[in-house]
Ligand binder design. Structure first.
Ligand SMILES: Cc1cc2nc3c(=O)[nH]c(=O)nc-3n(C[C@H](O)[C@H](O)[C@H](O)COP(=O)(O)OP(=O)(O)OC[C@H]3O[C@@H](n4cnc5c(N)ncnc54)[C@H](O)[C@@H]3O)c2cc1C
Length: 468
């Protein structure tokens, strides 16, 4: 006999717990199922632990730079056991808080185990059978481990197993030059490892504009991180204890020798392969992402998919926003949609990159009339005062509507400052609103109005001068 609920939530990532709270607050009886660690990726192996470690790496970096600020910090050494202990504590606080919240929540029953669909309305967890008219899938994803010659000969790490590292790898080879790889790369370099980042594409974080990608490469190389681009054919072998990484690059030696540890940071895959989706009639795309509509309904009625498993986003904030969208549609008679949101994210190297909306390249492709403003961080007083002048900020504006189309702030505080631009974009207000605002001195944000006063036509697009 199956136990009947009003709703079943599978997974306690960034969408499930908030949605559960909304559902029980609306009077529903809800079952929540978690197979491993409460809070999922962000809390246990993603954002929270990595950003906690980024903070340790920043402290080490600033301690080494202490003399630049007239401070004598002595010899700097990093105790990886303490770095890990701090990370574990911050992560555990979040996990246990969330677990206790769910377990104490009235009308919410927590099941611990792997959930699988048995039919469109029935889910099994171990020997238990649960049934509900509404089922919400928030199962997230995991590190992808593509086939690479010789990979079986080396004990590679992923973002999850990196969380157990309490020692300093002598030479960390990172395969993948995107967000996860770059964050770990700079972090471990600052802890004291030699780091080589190997990327198959011709640039790091290839979805970003070329100037952003190049500036990030320079920032990392300035810290003596080795970067190998265009590594078309990556494979591994062992020479004694050393890991040899074979790379067919357009430049440089054909192999990277002396590696002691390998981190694979080559993308993520959704946890949809062992969920019994076929028994529920839920369709997935060729990469395993659950196909959803603009309000996150899956192909089978009464089933929704939220977070990384639907392929509509790969961030904590997109997953949380998914929960808000579903709750608004189901409970508030508010037809919110995924397409209402503006792309926004950050890369947490130091200095960070804050991004909102379209890239300059994407704007160019549209061929529309557009204006661009750009300012190096060397011309931002606050950055100079902090001794953190690497990077730049830029903004692209529609030449006709004057609305902001996109921005990138690669510089100190970039992850925070970007929100002042993002909010104006959501308001669909013309850029002149922010241009005329009085900002606080001395901040990075105070230079955004200045940058907006110096807009130029974006070359290669329709002439924007007439409306400027
Ligand atoms: C190293 C790293 C750093 C990151 N940094 C950032 C960052 O700085 N900012 C940001 O916004 N995003 C970041 N992300 C991405 C972010 O962590 C995810 O986008 C976010 O966690 C959203 O996940 P989710 O809600 O889809 O599910 P998840 O958090 O992945 O949770 C899914 C949950 O479902 C459970 N589950 C899976 N299958 C089943 C099943 N069959 N039965 C029961 N339970 C199941 C899992 O155990 C898990 O607890 C990072 C990711 C990584 C890997």
């Amino acid at each position: 006999m199956a136990t009947t609920y009003d709703a079943i939530v599978i997974g306690t990532g960034q969408a499930g717990p908030f949605l559960t709270h909304r559902l029980v607050s609306a009077g529903m009886k809800v079952a929540v199922i978690e197979r491993k660690l409460f809070g999922g990726t962000c809390v246990n192996t993603g954002c929270i632990p990595t950003k906690t470690m980024v903070a340790s790496a920043y402290a080490a970096h600033m301690a080494r730079r202490a003399a630049d600020f007239g401070v004598d910090a002595g010899v700097v050494s990093v105790d990886m056991k303490r770095v890990k202990a701090r990370k574990d504590e911050v992560s555990a606080q979040s996990r246990t808080g969330l677990e206790a919240w769910l377990k104490k929540m009235e009308n919410c029953t927590v099941y611990e185990g792997h959930a699988r669909f048995e039919s469109p309305r029935e889910v099994s967890v171990g020997s238990e059978r649960l049934t509900a008219e509404r089922i919400f899938i928030n199962v997230g994803g995991r590190a992808a481990t593509p086939q690479m010659p010789g990979l079986e000969q080396v004990e590679y790490l992923t973002n999850s197993s990196m969380m157990s590292v309490d020692f300093l790898p002598k030479h960390l080879i990172i395969v993948g030059g995107s967000y996860i790889g770059l964050e770990f790369g700079q972090m471990f370099r600052r802890f004291g490892s030699e780091v080589t980042i190997i990327e198959m594409a011709g640039s790091l974080i290839q979805h970003e504009d070329e100037d952003v990608s190049l500036a990030i490469k320079e920032i990392l190389e300035r810290e003596n991180i080795h970067i190998r681009l265009n590594a078309k054919c990556i494979g591994f072998s062992k020479r004694g204890a050393d890991i040899i990484t074979h790379v067919e690059c357009t430049t440089g030696a054909p192999e990277v020798s002396d590696g002691t540890h390998v981190l694979l940071a080559v993308g993520r895959r959704p946890n949809t392969d062992d969920l019994g989706l076929e028994k529920a009639g839920v369709s997935v795309d060729t990469r395993g992402y659950i196909v959803v509509d603009d309000q996150l309904r899956a192909s089978a009625p009464g089933i929704w998919a939220l977070g990384d498993c639907n392929g509509k986003g790969a961030f904590t904030h997109t997953s949380f926003n998914d929960a808000e969208i579903v709750a608004a549609n189901l409970l508030d008679n508010d037809p919110r949609r995924v397409s209402d949101r503006i792309s926004a994210y950050a890369l947490y190297i130091d200095p960070p990159l804050g991004r909102a909306g379209m890239t300059e390249a994407e704007v160019r492709k549209t061929g529309r009339s557009a204006l661009i403003g750009k300012r190096p961080m060397t011309k931002v007083g606050r950055a100079v005062e902090k001794g953190e002048t690497q990077g730049f900020m830029k903004i692209v504006v529609d030449g006709q509507t004057r609305e902001i189309l996109g921005a990138a702030i690669l510089g100190t505080g970039g992850d925070e400052v970007i929100h002042s631009i993002l909010d104006v974009m959501y308001a669909k207000a013309p850029y002149t609103v922010i241009q005329r605002a009085m900002h606080i001195h001395p901040t990075v944000s105070e230079l955004i109005p200045t940058m907006l006063s110096e807009l130029q036509p974006l070359s290669g697009t329709a002439d924007a001068k007439t409306t400027h």
